[in-house]
Design a protein around this ligand. Structure first.
Ligand code: ADE
Length: 227
């Protein structure tokens, strides 16, 4: 999978070199391209934004610069993801869908967002006929300073689903068993007693049938408690 991100803060993406993502990229499972939006600025001051038509607070990112940055990335069969708190809520089924895509492009808006003609332009037939799809996505009902952290959240959730990224692929099938909406059960490891707290007896019993039932019950209880 190829993943590109366009941002005015390329340094935000340094964590892509760490941990699972770093290993996945060294192994060639995923390759990242981080593009500095400001390098496409055409004006003297390298401004990337301007005041909104119609008035109001905040600044809006210029469509011209976004067009110059995105055009070369719009190869056939690309999913363009525009991060915005007004977008569709990101969740695990969306991560699963996007993990099947060959090419993702993350457009990280700042300020009050990107001029809406950027979304409109890349949503037009000219692009959809080449299997280029545009998604406006939010990672949750809160407002971040920009789309960079939201992109990292999505990239981590998506890339860990790619074959060969997780050391133990059983972790994924256990998660999918939980897709009925149950959150995971509580986990324990050594020692059997820690600060006077005992690991639940059932887990030490060796009775796998009873352990599986107990875990389902615990996962349901957790899910109910979190409502
Ligand atoms: N940009 C600002 N807030 C955001 C959010 N919650 N999700 C995605 N992008 C954002």
């Amino acid at each position: 999978m190829k993943i590109d991100a366009v941002t005015i803060f390329p340094d935000y993406f340094a964590p892509l070199q760490l941990s699972l993502l770093g290993k996945a990229s060294s192994a060639g499972i995923v390759s990242f391209g981080i593009h500095d939006l400001r390098s496409f600025a055409t004006n003297n001051h390298h401004a990337v934004d301007d005041t909104p038509y119609g008035g109001g607070a905040g600044m809006v990112m210029l469509p011209e610069i976004w067009g110059l940055a995105l055009d070369p990335l719009m190869v056939d069969d690309t999913d363009l993801i525009i991060l915005t708190p007004a977008g569709k809520r990101f969740d695990q089924p969306m991560a699963v869908e996007l993990s099947k895509a060959p090419h993702l492009v993350f457009a990280c808006g700042r300020y009050e967002g990107i001029d809406d003609r950027v979304r409109a332009h890349y949503s037009s037939h000219q692009y959809s006929s080449r299997n280029i799809r545009v998604h406006e996505v939010s990672i949750g009902d809160y407002v971040l300073g920009g789309g960079e952290v939201a992109s990292l959240v999505m990239i981590e959730a998506i890339t860990r689903l790619l074959p060969g990224v997780l050391g133990n692929p059983d972790s994924l099938s256990e998660e999918s068993h939980n897709e009925q909406g149950y959150l995971e059960y509580p986990n324990y490891t050594k020692p059997a007693v820690w600060r006077d707290i005992q690991v639940p007896e059932i887990l030490l019993s060796g009775n796998h049938g009873e352990i599986a039932k107990w875990r389902v019950a615990q996962a349901k209880k957790r899910a109910a408690d979190n409502l």
